[in-house]
Structures are given as C-alpha cells and as structure tokens.
Ligand binder design. Structure first.
Ligand SMILES: NC(=O)c1ncn([C@@H]2O[C@H](COP(=O)(O)O)[C@@H](O)[C@H]2O)c1NC=O
Length: 505
C-alpha cells in the first residue's frame, strides 16, 4: 500500500462554508493546525474549532475589500516549498513560514454571478485571484500538498481522513488533476465573459457521462453536458450514444409544434408525425406514417402522455419515450418493459450554437432558428394556396427542416405520408417519399410537398403532379425556378416560396 503523509498544517479559504464542518472537526481531532481567511475563520471558530488567522501569519489585514488576503510569501512559500530541497527548507525556517500540507479552497462563484445578470462591477469582483492562485500552487506541489478545490470532493476527503489526517501521493496527484480541471474551467468562464466576436473556441464542460459505447460497440463513447437539467429519467436502461442523437433530433423537431403532436423518429429523422386534437389520435396517425420503421424508434410528444396513448404505445417495441409529463396510469403501463427509457423533458433546449468536428478542426455555426409562418410565404403560382393547404405546407416545412438533406416531405391533413431522407438527389428523395407513402397505403391526391432546398429542374413538380400532389413549398432561388412554376401553372398546382433554405447534414 502507498505510504501516507500526515497533515500538520492546513489552509482553508472557502466562499461557501456549507459542509465544511466534518472536515475541520476531523482535522482538529487529528491535531492539525488550521489557518483561515476572515469569513472562513469565523465560521470555523463558530463551530468550536481553534483556527489561526492568515492575517496573523502575514502580518497584513485583508486589504482592498478582500482583493488581497492570502497573496503573500508566507502563504505561498508554505505551499510551494519543495520538502526534499534543503535550500527551500532553510528558507522556510529563516522566514518562519509554516509548511502547508493541505489546502481547501472554494472559489468565488463567477459563473453564477454572470448567470444572475449582475452588474459588471459585481462580476469583476467575483473573479477570484487569491483562491485560484492557492489552487494552482497547491496542485503544482502535489508531491507534498493535498489540494481540495471543490465542495463536491468533501465526502471523498472525509472518507480519506477516516483513518487519520493523511494522504497518499496517488490521492494528492488525483486531486491535483481535478484542481487544474477546476482552474481551467474557471478561466474559460472568465474568457467567455470577456471574449468578443473574434473569440477562440474554448469549451469546458465538467459534467461527463461514460456511455456503454459509441456509435458502434467497438467505439468508446462519452457525453459531456448537464443532461439532468433537461431530463428526468423515470425508468429504463441508460441512454446510449445513438439514443442521445435521436433524442436530440426528437427534441429539436418537437420544439417546432404548439398543437398536440406526436412524432416517431429513427436514425435522427421523423418516420411518423401527426398533429391532432387528441393525443391518442396524433400517436395513431404518426405510427401509420411508417409502422415498420417505428420498431425500436424514439417517441416524443409535447403533451402529457395519458393512459390511453400509453396503452397504444405498449403494443410496439420502442427505445425511448419523451414527454413533458405522464399520467400515473401511463407510467404504470409504460414501466411494464424493464428497459424502456422514459424521459420527462423539463425545459426546451437553449443551445443557439452548433459544434462538430471536421477534418483537423471544428465547425461552429448558429443553430437554424428560422421557421416560416404563413406571412413568410410568397405565392408564386396563378393558383393561390387554400387555408388548409397553408396549414399542411407549414407542417411539412417544419418536418423538412429537421430531416437530413436532401429531403422531400409529403404530407396531408397534418400527417406525414412519406419522406425521402438524406438522398444524394432531390428527385431520389421524392421517389423515396412516394414509395414510402404508397407502401403504407396513403392516397397522395390532395397532398402537399415540401423541399428543404430549391428545385434545380422541374422534374420534382412533374412527378409530384403525377401522384396527385396539389401544393408545394420550397425556398426558391434556382435559376430554373420558372420552369417549375410554369409547370404548376399549366397543371393547376399551387406553389409558395419561403426564401429560406433548411439544409441539414
Ligand atoms: N485575494 C486573496 O488573496 C484571496 N485569497 C482567497 N480568496 C478567496 O476568498 C474566499 C474566502 O474568503 P473568506 O474566508 O473571507 O470568506 C475564497 O473564495 C477564496 O477563494 C481571495 N479572494 C480573491 O481573490
């Protein structure tokens, strides 16, 4: 077993004082001398534990409103001295500096202060200088010093001290690594606050979840992010890498819909979706869109999931269900299958930037936040779209935005009839959409067609017309737009353009 090093002197300077008591009591029981800054020292004293003032050690009071408290050679010398260097030891003796073997710091809450909308002055005062220096110094000298840099580590520290106030080299090195994670995250948050539009890419996410594997079982996978803020998982196995991608697609798609809607996704694309007055009807009509692909799919709705809908859902195998809430009856039904993942979506996504790897770097872009309303539509054909067609066109356009390019979406009565997903040509996407719609016995007569990008040729409107599609929504902007528009005019079809392309790769 690794040799433990006893702690003789500890320096404690924490912003939040909660949960510190068991550690200081233990240190006191073990005969450790505790040194502390103003507020921390008062807190420790109030708990009946003797403590030395850092001010007495440095012979300086805390000055400049707390901007300088521990920034002194008598403090940093005691942390940074190399215990195996005789020169360092001699200097400690010469300047009467105690050797600190343990440093506990809880930094000023910079991120929380920014998030609270505080004034610039308050934010600037929450940039911790002394505390971050204590953390870095103690972590650098981990061979002799134990650094506790987060309140989240207190339980582990109490555990380590259960056999006496001592630490092993292995423990000190591990805590040093965690300390540099804390200090670099803290600096990233400060950088984010100051950085302008020409900012560098700095991402620091402490919350990590190790996944069973990545996209395939032979690939390792991890997720970084505070997933618990977004979802409560009520039941089922752990979300996998592919589940997370599907859930992301599902949540983004559903965010477009206000009325009662149910969607089923597979491989990040909707294979069924419908808006209806009753949730159970929305589900049944979503499932009808492609009951084959729905097998093993991701289910999502924007309404409380009721017992009747849950009974229907229970008839098929699916991986994940997402809803803002569930009735007791629904939960009882859905929990029957042990592995089924049941998620409560607590809030909408707030992300407005998208990041992915490309070549030897990263691509960063604004999220596609644009979605068209009826006022955004320009009727470019002789025949004007009817009110019902407008509803279906906007419905299809929303699905298009969240389907992999190239895509064509066919819809009718706020129900997805078929889509072509991720095709290399637009006409292939349409053919695929038609095949799917026909496979599930949909009548395309009177349906609408949405395209994520303009039609380079009139072939798509020609084929759609042949199947009975009567109205079309597309961004427009092709040099051959007129050929598609002319065809529509000659065949009593209506077309609206949006001026907004919705590629998704
Ligand atoms: N200025 C300094 O020398 C200094 N030394 C430690 N601190 C911070 O002061 C806080 C504790 O202060 P107090 O014990 O007075 O409540 C901790 O969050 C610690 O990170 C400092 N404050 C900010 O930089």
């Amino acid at each position: 077993m690794a040799e433990s090093k006893k702690i003789k002197n500890a320096l404690i300077s924490v912003f939040h004082k909660d949960n510190l008591e068991p550690i200081v009591k233990k240190l006191n029981d073990e005969g450790v001398n505790i040194y502390s800054t103003g507020g921390t020292q008062k807190f420790i004293e109030e708990h009946g534990v003797p403590v030395n003032k850092v001010e007495d050690l440095t012979s300086y009071p805390s000055i400049l409103g707390g901007r300088v408290k521990t920034l002194h050679p008598k403090v940093f010398g005691g942390i940074l001295a190399r215990r195996h260097e005789s020169g360092d030891k001699e200097q400690l003796t010469e300047f009467e500096i105690p050797e600190f073997d343990l440093v506990i710091v809880d930094l000023y809450p910079f991120e929380e202060t920014v998030a609270s909308g505080a004034s610039e002055q308050d934010i600037i005062e929450k940039i911790d200088i002394g505390g971050i220096s204590l953390i870095r110094a103690a972590a650098k000298n981990f061979k002799d010093v134990m650094i506790v840099s987060s309140r989240k580590q207190y339980d582990e520290v109490v555990d380590i001290f259960s056999n006496g106030a001592a630490t092993t080299l292995e423990e000190r090195k591990k805590f040093a690594g965690e300390a540099f994670a804390i200090s670099s995250h803290y600096d990233t948050a400060i950088y984010d606050y100051f950085a302008g539009s020409d900012r560098e890419l700095k991402i620091s996410v402490p919350e990590k979840k190790t996944l069973r594997y990545g996209e395939n079982p032979h690939q390792k996978g991890e997720f970084f992010g505070p997933l618990d803020e977004l979802f409560d998982q009520l039941h089922g196995k752990e979300l996998s890498y592919n589940n997370l991608l599907d859930v992301d697609a599902a949540v983004n798609l559903m965010a477009e819909f206000d009325e009662t809607t149910f969607a089923i996704l597979k491989h990040n694309n909707a294979c069924g979706i419908a808006s209806r007055e009753k949730l159970v009807d929305a589900y049944k009509n979503a499932l009808a869109g492609d009951p084959v692909s729905a097998f093993g799919g991701i289910m999502i709705t924007n309404r409380e999931l009721d017992g009747e809908t849950a009974q229907e859902l229970d008839q098929i195998f699916f991986e994940v269900v997402i809803a803002p809430s569930y009735s007791d009856e629904a939960l009882e039904v859905l929990k029957k299958k042990k592995k089924r993942i049941i998620l409560v979506q607590k809030e909408q996504l707030k992300t407005n930037k998208l990041v992915r790897t490309a070549l030897n770097g990263y691509l960063v872009q604004d999220k596609d936040m644009k979605i068209e309303e009826s006022a955004d539509l320009e009727n470019v054909t002789d025949r004007k779209v009817t009110d019902n067609e407008v509803e279906d066109l906007l419905f299809a356009n929303k699905i298009c935005k969240h389907t992999k390019s190239n895509t064509i979406v066919l819809a009718k009565n706020k129900q997805l009839l078929g889509s072509g997903t991720g095709q290399t040509s637009r006409v292939d996407a349409l053919r695929h959409a038609i095949t799917k719609a026909k496979a599930f016995k949909f009548d395309l007569q009177g349906g609408v067609m949405a395209s994520d990008a303009f039609f380079p040729f009139p072939d798509c409107v020609e084929i759609a017309d042949g199947e009975g599609i009567e109205a079309v929504i597309q961004p427009g902007g092709s040099i051959r737009d007129n050929e598609s528009i002319d065809y529509c005019n000659q065949h009593n079809m209506a077309m609206v353009t949006t001026g907004v392309r919705h590629f998704k790769h």
